[in-house]
Ligand binder design. Structure first.
Ligand SMILES: *Cc1c(COP(=O)(O)O)cnc(C)c1O
Length: 375
């Protein structure tokens, strides 16, 4: 790698906040200050008592409002992040056969979890190359369909829509970990819209949340009633019952719950999901517009219809090393603009989550230009 130490980006170009990572992602300082104000009364107190249960209730209530939760849907949460939800779905939602769309690392991980479960039928995996999107297709006998709203490893997003012609009782599971809160959605078009809060919900990791349809709740109960072995930690019926009591099966990260509730209420105060969707679209227009005008940067996702408004992936021409650019940015306090490691491209990846100010995205593009001109 070239010696990049001497490049100093002028303060006047630097973004207000240099965190552009896709998870953990920028946590608003105001949310951390709010947490510090309740540190003695909330942190370090029992999750079985009112103080913490009220916070879980605030999180579930604000999520329901933010997503205009359809009649009968419920906000369920438990520990372990989106990765734990995959195993929870393997044990507690898939009856026998799943069909999964994979077009990147995260969707491939869920497919691998399903494939390795000895008690399930062989899933159908519809794959597409990174940078493009796979499409679910109706298939008789499939009882769960799964696709990510936004594939965080590649920056590809797809609309949330039911699979036309699917069996009447088939469920649609949407991995919305990076899409939820930043991309438009009609939750009624899914059965479980699940996510972890360290992306658009500007919190820390460690829990998963899911917006469950009545059919998904019913499925969890019927799979459990079948007598299948289900590890206690991954028992979805327990998660549903505990969530209704405003608690989790085992000890949650209290700060994660607080910060997620804080971010959700902040977004509601700004105008809710409509506001968030406009804000990420504004950031996306800035960074993709810059890349399209640049002679060395190009949006990785060639089809603008599936180009993500929450995670931008930008390829650089071979003569400019993305690693070198990222190293200089990091030395100047702009962090986590690295491409997803396994993708193996000469690429920058930038989170455009609602906590990120579009004006900071604008400044970031100027900083990248500044660095590329001097490398
Ligand atoms: C980040 C991410 C995950 C993993 O989330 P964890 O909370 O770390 O388990 C899963 N799916 C998508 C789409 C993600 O962006």
């Amino acid at each position: 790698m070239a010696d990049t130490s001497p490049i100093r980006i002028p303060d006047s170009l630097l973004p207000e906040d240099g965190r552009f990572g896709c998870g953990p992602s920028k946590v608003r300082p105001e949310a951390v200050e709010a947490l510090s104000r309740v540190s003695r009364s909330y942190l370090g107190t029992s999750h079985r008592q009112k103080t913490v249960k009220d916070e879980v209730a605030r999180l579930r209530r604000s999520m329901a409002e933010f997503f205009s939760l359809p009649e009968g849907y419920e906000v369920i949460l438990s520990n372990g992040g989106a990765t734990a939800f995959w195993d929870t779905a393997v044990f507690g939602l898939i009856r026998d056969r799943a069909q999964l769309a994979t077009h990147g690392e995260f969707s491939a991980k869920f497919a691998a979890a399903v494939r390795s479960a000895p008690f399930l039928g062989e899933p159908t995996v519809v794959s597409a190359a990174p940078g493009t999107a796979a499409t679910l297709v109706a298939e008789a006998g499939v009882d769960v369909y799964g696709i990510p709203h936004n594939e965080t490893s590649t920056g590809v997003s797809v609309p949330v829509r039911r699979v036309a012609g699917a069996d009447a009782d088939a469920l649609l599971l949407i991995d919305a970990t990076s899409g939820a809160g930043g991309l438009d959605v009609d939750v009624a078009e899914s059965d479980v819209y699940y996510f972890a809060p360290q992306k658009c919900f500007g919190s820390d990791g460690g829990i998963w949340l899911g917006l469950f349809s009545p059919a998904a709740i019913e499925r969890a109960r019927s799979v459990k009633a079948s007598g299948r072995y289900i590890p206690a930690f991954l028992d979805l019926v327990t998660a549903i019952d505990q969530s209704r009591l405003e608690q989790t099966y085992n000890t949650p990260a209290l700060s994660t719950i607080f910060l997620a509730a804080e971010q959700t209420e902040w977004m509601l105060a700004q105008g809710g999901l409509d506001w968030a969707v406009k804000r990420t679209a504004e950031s996306a227009a800035i960074i993709y517009g810059w890349a399209e005008r640049s002679s060395v940067a190009t949006p990785f996702v060639t089809d603008p219809a599936i180009r993500s408004n929450v995670v931008a992936t930008i390829d650089l021409a071979p003569e400019v090393s993305a690693d070198a650019v990222n190293a200089v940015l990091r030395a100047n306090g702009i962090v986590d603009t690295d491409s997803y490691r396994k993708l193996g491209r000469n690429q920058l990846r930038v989170a455009l989550f609602p906590a990120v100010d579009p004006s900071d995205v604008e400044r970031l593009t100027q900083c990248i230009d500044h660095v590329m001109e001097r490398l």
